[in-house]
Ligand binder design. Structure first.
Ligand SMILES: NC(=O)c1ccc[n+]([C@@H]2O[C@H](COP(=O)([O-])OP(=O)(O)OC[C@H]3O[C@@H](n4cnc5c(N)ncnc54)[C@H](OP(=O)(O)O)[C@@H]3O)[C@@H](O)[C@H]2O)c1
Length: 273
């Protein structure tokens, strides 16, 4: 028997971090597919425009304010979603933060905040929702990783480390989730045009519009493969770079990011200055 794959007729889709970027576009597409979409946003993020945009679609968007770093708040959000809208059959852990870090400007806060949002923020939702999915005997989980999980490159000491952690969490839990009839997937996109990539200062090849990325993610959810990575022309290069001996990879990364030429530009743009 193949592992469960979410279907709008079975229950609710839940996505974290739907105020902007990928989360917002995916929420809109899922509503178009007929899902009731529960969107977790931080308490001060109004979703009125997204709710208005999705009016008239087969499905609908409902807002559930909660900061992903609040463990009790996330458990309460899961309970509130299920009480108000029905069982969560699809949970997408999308909320994320990219805090650029450079070695000449290290700040504990950048690491703490990155792990709080990108790793513990996932676990705060994963634990309560998979407990409920286990009891029901089915569910579908999507983790949002990144190609920065594959190896370190300039500015990603904190962000890349969190996304590598998310990939390991997803891979390790898959062994058990498969047995629990919970499908798990990890999305490792390249560069997507969102407020997050606006914080990056090096050239980002093969940048993809957010609507196209959301389409790829929704298609991948329907297909159900474990690791989903796009756009292929970039992510295959990344996978090849991963296979290179480390000194060769470092050389290629220095050349492609022009890191050696302009180190101070990146340092000046650090969020924590
Ligand atoms: N853009 C890319 O190139 C790219 C590539 C690979 C992977 N990703 C991943 O894709 C996901 C979405 O990123 P994006 O590009 O769409 O960025 P984005 O537009 O900045 O969206 C990030 C979302 O996460 C929310 N968020 C951040 N901290 C939160 C918190 N503590 N509690 C609740 N929500 C919080 C943000 O809400 P606020 O508005 O309140 O901050 C926002 O809705 C992230 O996990 C990111 O790492 C992005």
């Amino acid at each position: 028997m193949s592992t469960y794959r979410a279907d709008p007729k079975d229950g609710v889709a839940w996505i974290t971090g739907g105020s902007t970027g990928i989360g917002r576009s995916v929420a809109r597409l899922l509503a178009k597919q007929g899902y009731t979409v529960a969107v977790t946003v931080r308490p001060n993020d109004p979703l009125d425009t997204l709710i208005a945009e999705t009016e008239g679609m087969v499905g609908k968007v409902l807002a559930f304010p909660s900061d992903v770093t609040d463990q009790a708040g996330m458990a309460a959000a899961v309970a509130a979603i299920e009480a108000e809208a029905g069982p969560i059959v699809l949970a997408i852990f999308n909320a994320g933060a990219y805090l650029p870090v450079t070695g000449d400007n290290l700040r504990m806060e950048a690491f703490r905040q990155s792990f709080d949002v990108n790793v513990f923020g996932v676990m705060n939702g994963l634990v309560p929702v998979t407990t409920r999915m286990r009891n029901r005997g089915r569910g579908h989980i999507v983790f949002m990783g990144s190609i920065s999980a594959y190896f370190g490159w300039p500015t990603t000491a904190a962000y890349g480390a969190t996304k590598a952690a998310v990939n390991i969490i997803a891979e390790a839990l898959k062994f058990d989730f498969d047995k629990m009839n919970i499908r798990s997937q990890v999305m490792n996109p390249g560069f997507i045009d969102t407020p997050l990539t606006e914080k990056s200062s090096f050239s980002m090849p093969a940048m993809m519009p957010v609507e196209k990325a959301a389409e790829r993610i929704c298609l991948a959810i329907r297909k159900g493969g474990f690791e989903v990575t796009f756009p292929r022309r970039l992510t295959w290069v990344m996978k090849l770079l991963f296979l290179l001996p480390r000194p060769l990879r470092e050389k290629a990364l220095r050349l492609s990011t022009r890191w050696k030429a302009e180190p101070l530009v990146y340092a000046r743009r650090s969020t924590f200055e």
